[in-house]
Design a protein around this ligand. Structure first.
Ligand SMILES: Cc1cc2nc3c(=O)[nH]c(=O)nc-3n(C[C@H](O)[C@H](O)[C@H](O)COP(=O)(O)OP(=O)(O)OC[C@H]3O[C@@H](n4cnc5c(N)ncnc54)[C@H](O)[C@@H]3O)c2cc1C
Length: 543
């Protein structure tokens, strides 16, 4: 293997995207991924991603008990395979609100305002149907309508309109507010992860080497604090090895792993690193801090007919679904499960503060079996949490898990937002279109009148992650920021962070498309804008 110009650590949503741009520009790239290949059908058939969660292609981060979440531990599953989160997420394609990025810019992320990020979103996108000022058609990331529409989903879409929401054909257009079907990162009835799109387009190039099953423990530096390569640890034997780099190391290991690698490399809070006898390279007090996540809580309705997703993976139904997918790329297995949702302004602040993920089945969690029988889950989620958590080292051993405080529901404002979301969900459950298919509400209560205190209890007992951890390597222009607005790690040279951890605040929506946008911006900073133009993969490596 030739010495790479760039080493990309983590082949997830951002890692595959930045790798694509670098290889297309003629750079020699080594992509190192901890997990295995994405070679299971459960990834590529959109509806079966739940089977990947908890398998060897995922990692479940476990927090300390969180007092404000009823003393529960919170569990945050993440991808651990080529494509990372984009290989096991629900494929919902959302960018957030214009104001999110204007806020980033105002917080010191110079050059990250709406106009800059919109150009990068459009460059990344290949929308199957829309071509306008908001949508691109030539990017590597394929965005499509859902091929399957479940009857319970359709009832929800109508019920939400009866509850006063407008129907929206595009949550990523002029206005986010409304109810509608999500656009999805799928193509031809298959999942369009960044591995199946960005990475697939450059696989086989002599400019690219991909190593899976490869766990990076540290970035290595010379006496001038310039990155010289990375250290790998063999998980079975503990044996260490090193790989040298010419230009830069790009960390794309995700918000719960990138800060760990940096702290083990000597970049982190001084006292914390001293505690673990790690040689200090740069005092970065905010490393691992500022953790944020979207939380949602379910409102469950019992369906009148046994028509939810339950049982579709068994017996004859499973055979029929599999047959339809294999031969026609149609039917239930093409569904992203979370086919529909809504964005609503429940506080009157002028911007949606609640999103719904609607699932036509009764949903459980990593540590909780679903409620028995058939039904629908309406899941309101807050968009701009005030609560913050952190992750820090448990020890200097790279194979030890981090100490993780998710900060779930620490701020009352977050609980209040979820309570308003639950009220909206209960209102929708009682509309004529929903009543036609739903017999009664199961949880939080069958009663029509319920006190706020009871709803708050439900929120604290059941709120769970929407799998959007961000913020642990905050970008900004101030001295405390972990990375600068070109994603370079402060205090050293030759290392950038290119993943969800750089977001200073969560965007108002799902995080996959925004993370891929961050990778597009990273490519711009390294290569210049012109070299990032979309070209057919036959032109890969032609700078
Ligand atoms: C179950 C689930 C459902 C979701 N649903 C949606 C959705 O519908 N829509 C949406 O927009 N977003 C969704 N998300 C969130 C979205 O997928 C993530 O925000 C996004 O994937 C984050 O990308 P990333 O590049 O920051 O990290 P990741 O994609 O997590 O990539 C990090 C990669 O680095 C690897 N890695 C970690 N540590 C090391 C190491 N030390 N050495 C080598 N490799 C390492 C990991 O194995 C992983 O492959 C979901 C996420 C999950 C988990």
């Amino acid at each position: 293997m030739k010495q790479p110009d760039y080493i990309v650590v983590g082949g997830g949503s951002a890692g595959c995207a930045i790798t694509h741009r670098l290889v297309m520009a003629g750079k020699q790239v080594l992509l190192l991924e901890d997990g295995p290949e994405d070679d299971t059908l459960y990834i590529h058939m959109p509806a079966t991603f739940v089977r990947v969660i908890g398998s060897k292609r995922s990692v479940v981060y476990e927090s300390e008990p969180q007092p404000e979440a009823g003393g529960r531990k919170t569990y945050v599953p993440q991808g651990r395979t080529l494509g990372g989160g984009s290989s096991l997420n629900a494929m919902v394609y959302i960018r957030g609100q214009r104001q999110d990025y204007e806020d980033w810019e105002a917080q010191g992320c110079t050059g990250w305002g709406w106009d800059n990020v919109l150009a990068a979103f459009k460059r990344s996108e290949s929308h199957m149907r829309l071509s306008n000022e908001y949508h691109g058609t030539e990017g590597p990331l394929k965005v499509s309508d859902t091929r399957h529409r479940h009857p319970l989903t359709l009832a929800f879409i109508k019920g939400a309109q009866e509850a006063g929401l407008n129907y929206s054909d595009d949550f990523n257009g002029e206005k986010q507010e409304g109810v509608g079907f999500y656009h999805t990162t799928t193509f031809n009835g298959r999942r369009g992860s960044t591995a199946a799109t960005y990475l697939a387009a450059v696989k086989g190039s002599p400019k690219l080497t991909i190593k899976t099953g490869c766990y990076v423990s540290r970035v290595l530096f010379d006496a001038n604090k310039k990155a010289t390569g990375v250290e790998i640890v063999d998980k079975k034997s503990g044996e260490l090895s090193q790989i040298a780099v010419k230009e830069e190391v790009i960390l794309s290991a995700g918000a719960l792993s990138t800060p760990k690698i940096l702290m083990l490399s000597g970049i982190g809070p001084k006292q914390h690193l001293q505690e673990h006898k790690i040689k200090l390279l740069h005092d970065a007090p905010q490393m691992g801090q500022n953790y944020q996540d979207h939380l949602e809580v379910s409102v469950y309705g019992r369906s009148k007919e046994p028509n939810s997703l339950l049982g579709n993976d068994q017996g004859l139904k499973a055979l029929r679904n599999g047959f339809e997918w294999v031969f026609f790329k149609s039917g239930l297995l093409t569904s992203n499960v979370v086919e529909s949702g809504l964005f609503a302004d429940t506080s009157g602040c002028g911007r949606p503060d609640i999103q719904f993920h609607v699932i036509p089945t009764l949903m459980g969690d990593v540590d909780r079996e679903p409620v028995e029988g058939h039904g629908i889950s309406l899941n309101p989620c807050f968009l701009r949490p005030k609560s913050r958590g952190f992750a820090k080292l448990r020890s200097a051993n790279p194979l030890d898990s981090m100490i993780f405080e998710s900060g779930a529901l620490k701020e009352q404002a977050d609980v209040d937002t979820l309570v308003r979301g639950v009220k909206l969900a209960r209102k929708i459950l009682r509309t004529p279109s929903m009543k036609a298919v739903v017999d009664h509400e199961l949880l939080p209560s069958r009663k029509d009148e319920v006190s706020d205190a009871e709803l708050e209890k439900h929120v604290r007992q059941f709120a769970k992650t929407v799998y959007h951890p961000v913020g642990t390597c905050r970008m900004g222009s101030d001295e405390q920021a972990v990375v600068d607005p070109t994603l370079k790690v402060n205090g050293v040279t030759g290392v950038r962070v290119c993943d969800a951890s750089v977001m200073p605040t969560l965007v108002s929506g799902n995080t996959n498309a925004p993370t891929i946008m961050i990778a597009e911006r990273c490519a711009e900073f390294i290569l210049g804008l012109e070299a990032c133009a979309n070209r057919p993969s036959s032109q890969r490596g032609v700078a």
